[in-house]
Design a protein around this ligand. Structure first.
Ligand code: 2IT
Length: 444
């Protein structure tokens, strides 16, 4: 495999799709050796087949606001790779959504899902719709219009969407309701469903909890733990909430959260009711964290990111490329010991290079945040069996899965000095599983 040639060809084919090209480059750079050691991969054109999605649906989503004005958004579903199971991955509603972002997310999802040990292929979808400030009725009409197009493409054995940024229980409910009406069936076609209609316990907490279970294992490789560590978190959504809850439970002290308006620094620690206040803030649908400062007497830093605050552990939980090379240098100068991407591709390539170059414990999103989709996989299992597990059972399985992912990273990512390159480990472990399935299933 010639990484440079593959990237040049891909850039020519998909000019300007920066996030997608960034995510492909990171993977192929780290799997190059394994790829070349196994001639059957080249013989079966695995990399060329893996970096292009199986198919993409693009559609128009017209909807009417509460004043009667008509709006038109764009909708997408990227079915990236189905070698090991039905396509699986979230739906993102955010004004920044475009094909490049959904292709990067779908591509990452292939490896992440493979790492979970469950049979799920990779996919992603979404729209440039902005839920901020929209009423429930507007969101419902939008979701219904979105599903009028998407329903043909999804199904419990073909493609199972879930939530992501801008899509939580409410949106899943409206989308699932529309699917059910059109398909006239009640199957597990979405995950993240409500508790009374097929949803799994622990799914809302799963991404954040799983990330902390994974970070705990990373710390254990150094004989360390969360006890007494300061933890910087970005974001204030569902994922940040789950991470803050579990990190606090394990004895860590969460000192920051953030929103598009800036970040909160709470030197007393964000715990107890302060963590649940995040959900209240989110529910206002204004996308701001500033009210936290007034309510709990903490500092608010307008327009800034939390990475300037000294901390032991940094967990980006907001969105892609939210932590850049300069942020990474600042964190390293402040003696950060662990950085875990809870958001997908939360760190820029420069930041990742800085962390790995300084031998910081660095966990990539594919591994760290895989607990969300893993628990979606557990929701699919429960739906297929038409039963519901108690919270402890789901949580225990989630814990086991995160340990298995950590083990896979250690196996494939440990270098001759004993340093664990989790980026390499996660990419190789995920790749080997999918590539082997593709070889065995033939060129198709
Ligand atoms: O990025 C992700 O893994 C998700 N948004 C969750 C996907 C899922 O299918 O639960």
């Amino acid at each position: 495999m010639n990484v440079e040639k593959i990237m040049n060809d891909l850039e020519k084919k998909h000019p300007g799709e920066v996030e997608y090209l960034q995510s492909v480059k990171e993977v192929i750079e780290t799997i190059e050796d394994v790829y070349n050691e196994n001639p059957q991969f080249e013989a079966n054109g695995i990399i060329e087949r893996l970096i292009e999605p199986d198919r993409i649906l693009t559609f128009k989503v017209p909807w009417t606001d509460d004043q009667g004005k008509v709006h038109v958004n764009l909708g997408y579903r990227v079915q990236f790779n189905g070698a090991i199971g039905p396509y699986k991955g979230g739906i993102r509603f955010h004004p920044s959504v475009n094909l490049s972002i959904l292709k990067f997310l779908g591509f990452e999802q292939i490896f992440k899902n493979a790492l979970t040990t469950l049979p799920m292929g990779g996919g992603k979808g979404g729209s440039d719709f902005n839920t901020r400030g929209r009423s429930d009725r507007e969101i419902m009409r939008f979701c219904q219009s979105f599903m009028l197009e998407l329903w043909h493409m999804v199904g419990s054995e073909t493609d199972v969407p879930a939530g992501d940024i801008g899509v939580s229980g409410k949106e899943i409910g409206y989308m699932y309701g529309t699917y059910k009406k059109l398909a006239q069936e009640h199957t597990g076609v979405f995950t993240g469903k409500g508790r009374t209609w097929g949803g799994s316990l622990i799914r809302p907490e799963a991404t954040g909890f799983g990330a902390i279970y994974f970070a705990k294992e990373m710390l254990a490789t150094k004989g360390d733990s969360f006890k007494g560590k300061t933890v910087s978190i970005s974001g204030f959504g569902n994922v940040a909430w789950g991470a803050a809850k579990k990190a606090t439970e394990f004895g860590g002290k969460v000192i920051t959260i953030s929103g598009p308006d800036g970040y909160i620094y709470d030197k007393n620690g964000i715990s107890g009711e302060k963590i649940d206040y995040m959900l209240e803030l989110r529910a206002t649908n204004n996308d701001v964290v500033e009210p936290y400062a007034k309510k709990f007497g903490a500092e608010f830093h307008a327009g800034k990111k939390p990475w300037e605050v000294k901390c032991n552990i940094a967990l980006p939980c907001a969105t892609q490329n939210e932590l850049n090379g300069d942020d990474a240098k600042q964190l390293v100068a402040n003696k950060v010991m662990l950085v875990g991407e809870v958001s997908n591709m939360g760190c820029t390539p420069e930041a990742v290079e800085t962390f790995i170059g300084n031998k910081i414990l660095f966990g990539p999103g594919k591994a760290v945040n895989a607990g969300g989709v893993a628990t979606s996989g557990l929701e699919m299992t429960q739906n297929a069996m038409k039963i519901s597990w108690v919270a402890e059972e789901v949580d225990e399985k989630l814990h086991q899965i995160m340990s298995a992912i950590h083990e896979a990273c250690v196996k494939h990512g440990t270098d001759e000095t004993g340093y664990i390159n989790y980026v390499k480990g996660a990419n190789i472990a995920g790749f080997l599983k999918v590539a082997t399935a593709m070889v065995e299933q033939g060129v198709i």
